[in-house]
Design a protein around this ligand. Structure first.
Ligand code: PGA
Length: 250
């Protein structure tokens, strides 16, 4: 049985004061999440302060990215161990905004994924096709390629701690979510691919949908058997909206 996982990706939003206020409002609005797991990903600068708000509550912390090295001469980088130290238990990796604006390729994402696992964090690996790739009928092939290279050589023991977020690039921040049918078809393809390589270990991997998830459409995605949760961007900056998405999960 996979626990539903709802992740709020705050992206580049919130000063420390704003982040504390938002985290506190989310804590109150979500209340007891029941069987669902709720995680928020503030910007790096606010993680430690937000930890003070969510510590001892059911809300967990994720980083929006992590570097592949643990320490050394890497100016500006933040390592998985440092993220663990400030209270993160998850790290979002390979988000399409990282791929696009920070030139992250599959090889870099694969290195980060291994470093994150080695530090005891659970990776949330983002995969997803661009609009042109979907138009050309290549969506599943693109996602399969991203998945294969990020996870290549991973041990079956490491796999269950990993979540996969299917986020079609054209659906992120556009208000044009994928249909629940297309999202769940992709989730099925992802699970088949994982099972083909890792067998039974694939059954415990959580597969999320992300891309313009809102309180209005969350139920359509979260009601699907093949989707185990959501990665929420814009709508996670509103405590009541985010809590409504959490409650839309079974
Ligand atoms: P969005 O972002 O919900 O604002 O579309 C999702 C994401 O980038 O993870």
């Amino acid at each position: 049985m996979r626990r539903p996982l709802i992740v709020g990706n705050w992206k580049l939003h919130c000063t420390v004061v704003e982040a504390i206020a938002l985290a506190d409002s989310i804590r109150v609005a979500v209340g007891d999440p029941g069987p669902r797991e709720v995680v928020i990903a503030p910007p790096f600068t606010a993680i430690y302060a937000v930890r003070g708000v969510v510590c001892g509550t059911p809300i967990g912390l994720a980083a929006q990215d992590a570097h592949w090295e643990e320490r050394g001469a890497f100016t500006g980088a933040i390592s998985p161990g440092l993220l663990h130290d400030v209270g993160c238990r998850y790290a979002i990796l390979g988000h399409s905004e990282r791929r696009e604006h920070f030139a992250e390729n599959d090889a870099v994402i694969a290195r980060k994924l291994r470093a994150v696992l080695a530090a005891g964090l659970a990776p949330i690996l983002c995969v997803g096709e661009r609009a042109s790739e979907r138009e050309q009928g290549r969506a599943q092939a693109v996602v399969a390629g991203q998945l294969a290279s990020a996870l290549a050589g991973l041990s079956p023991e490491a796999l269950p701690g990993t979540s996969i977020a299917y986020e079609p690039v054209w659906a992120i921040g556009t208000g044009m979510a994928a249909t629940a049918q297309d999202a769940s078809a992709m989730a099925d393809a992802i699970r088949r691919q994982l099972a083909a390589t890792w067998g039974d270990a694939a059954a415990s991997v959580r597969i999320l949908y992300g891309g313009s998830v809102s309180p209005a459409n969350a139920g359509e995605f979260l009601g699907r058997q093949s989707l185990d949760g959501a990665l929420v961007g814009g709508a996670s900056l509103n405590a009541h909206g985010f809590a409504a998405i959490v409650k839309a999960a079974p």
